[in-house]
Design a protein around this ligand. Structure first.
Ligand SMILES: Nc1ncnc2c1ncn2[C@@H]1O[C@H](COP(=O)(O)OP(=O)(O)OP(=O)(O)O)[C@@H](O)[C@H]1O
Ligand SMILES: CC(=O)N[C@H]1[C@@H]2OC[C@@H](O2)[C@@H](O)[C@@H]1O[C@H](C)C(=O)O
Length: 403
């Protein structure tokens, strides 16, 4: 037997595994590296987050990714080069973190790498004749990570979800269900990344088939892009300072919310391919708000993200009350302008952070991929939300051996 395969089988039989989860999200702020100890598999799994770090991208790395990110046309040679380049960059980031944590690579069992989404194309968004399918593309090749670190690597998790009939996202429900279900309450787990999404978790032990996750629209993506356009010296609106100084423009908000995405049934996904600066520019043209000051634009965009979340929640729970326990994660949870707008649009909700549940919000997505890799290696195919999600039980992730 291939010794790497034998090693993988041995890992699968162990009571616990040490897995590094890697996530590079749509905000392009950096690579999240989460070293997780996972005991068992399936419901009842136990997570210990041993270390977490976001390795910031340099301006050069951000520029390289932006050359292809969510673009309709790219230079193919450039993309071909970027795929292994990013894999190598991620591998070196892992090695640097391990050196800082004083942990030898041989003490880590697996790497679970999401890679970098460069294009997300659910059917409802691309609507291309002759392509009756969902598609999504992540780069940062797993073979390069495995070879450079010497650690067996699982990557490219989204393709199986697409192959089984999903849109390739959000995958959050799988990790949220296993780690964060509670017998005491039903919950919404709200992730405010570049794109916002939430997971609905019924009470643990209740009807598991009703768990699901969905994107709701933009989280920070338009806020960040707008800040960068007007204030190239800033990466984002820190603590919502600028947005809090502005006023929501009702006319612009109405235009922004006119897209059929917001009324479409759940679950659904989207990305910065749609919610791009061109989308905002078109809405400004239609509402005669091209001269709006930056503060008012940001106040309106924060409101837009919050209303997107509230509409999706209303769609999900039409006819019955939505869960009042909402646990937020992702960078947008640090933005008071966004959180205050959410509180206005979801009255009666108790907002907390997933940190309260033992899962730091900034690490949650990287942890998700460690959990998915753990299930792929040691568990059985996972079925989430058979009712609404309509994706059969699957294992996700492709295996790369270091040699
Ligand atoms: N203190 C803060 N004040 C305001 N906004 C913040 C703050 N900290 C983070 N953010 C926002 O969060 C963003 C980063 O969020 P996060 O890392 O969750 O995104 P991501 O994981 O790349 O996105 P996605 O989940 O869509 O892939 C920043 O670009 C910024 O908009
Ligand atoms: C295609 C893609 O990369 N989607 C991301 C993105 O970032 C947030 C939202 O859009 C979510 O759908 C997803 O990531 C998380 C980790 C998920 O799959 O749950």
């Amino acid at each position: 037997m291939n010794p790497h395969l034998a090693r993988l089988c041995q890992l699968a039989g162990q009571p616990s595994r040490r897995i590094i989860g890697l996530m590079s999200g749509t905000s392009l702020d950096g690579l999240d590296v989460a070293l997780c100890r996972l005991e068992g598999h399936g419901p009842g799994i136990k997570l210990t987050l041993e270390h977490f770090q976001t390795v910031s991208y340099t301006e050069d790395t951000k520029q390289r990714i932006r050359q292809v990110f969510a673009r309709d046309s790219v230079n193919l040679e450039y993309l071909t080069l970027l795929n292994p380049w990013l894999g190598q960059l991620h591998a070196r980031a892992v090695l640097a973190c391990l050196a800082e944590w004083q942990i030898a690579p041989a003490e880590v069992h697996l790497i679970a790498s999401h890679g970098q989404t460069i294009y997300h194309a659910p059917r409802h968004q691309h609507q291309r004749p002759g392509f009756d399918l969902n598609a999504t593309l992540q780069i940062g090749d797993g073979d390069h990570i495995a070879v450079e670190t010497g650690i067996i690597t699982l990557s490219d998790f989204r393709q199986k979800h697409v192959a089984a009939g999903g849109e390739g996202a959000p995958l959050a429900a799988y990790g949220d269900f296993l780690l964060l279900s509670s017998p005491a309450e039903e919950r919404l787990l709200l992730n405010l990344g570049g794109i916002a999404n939430f997971t609905y978790l019924p009470r643990a032990g209740g009807d598991a088939t009703s768990a699901f996750s969905t994107d709701t629209g933009p989280g920070n993506t338009l806020l960040d892009a707008t800040v960068r356009t007007y204030r190239p010296d800033l990466a984002y609106d820190e603590n919502g300072r600028l947005a809090l100084a502005g006023h929501v423009h009702k006319g612009l908000l109405t235009e922004l919310l006119a897209h059929p995405f917001f009324a479409a049934p759940l679950p659904k996904t989207t990305g910065p391919e749609l919610f791009a600066p061109a989308y905002l520019a078109a809405a400004q043209e239609c509402s005669a708000t091209t001269g709006l000051p930056l503060e008012d634009l940001l106040a309106t965009l924060a409101e837009f993200s919050a209303v997107g979340v509230a509409r999706a929640v209303r769609l999900a729970f039409a006819g019955r009350p939505a869960p009042t326990a909402v646990y937020a994660s992702g960078g947008g949870a640090h933005n008071p302008a966004l959180m205050q707008a959410l509180a206005r649009h979801l009255p009666g909700t108790r907002f907390a952070s997933t940190d309260e549940l033992g899962v730091p919000g900034d690490a949650k997505e990287a942890i998700l991929f460690a959990v998915l890799a753990n299930e792929a290696v040691a568990g059985t195919p996972v079925s989430i939300g058979a009712g609404r999600q309509r994706v059969p039980a699957v294992s996700m992730g492709k295996v790369s051996f270091p040699g």
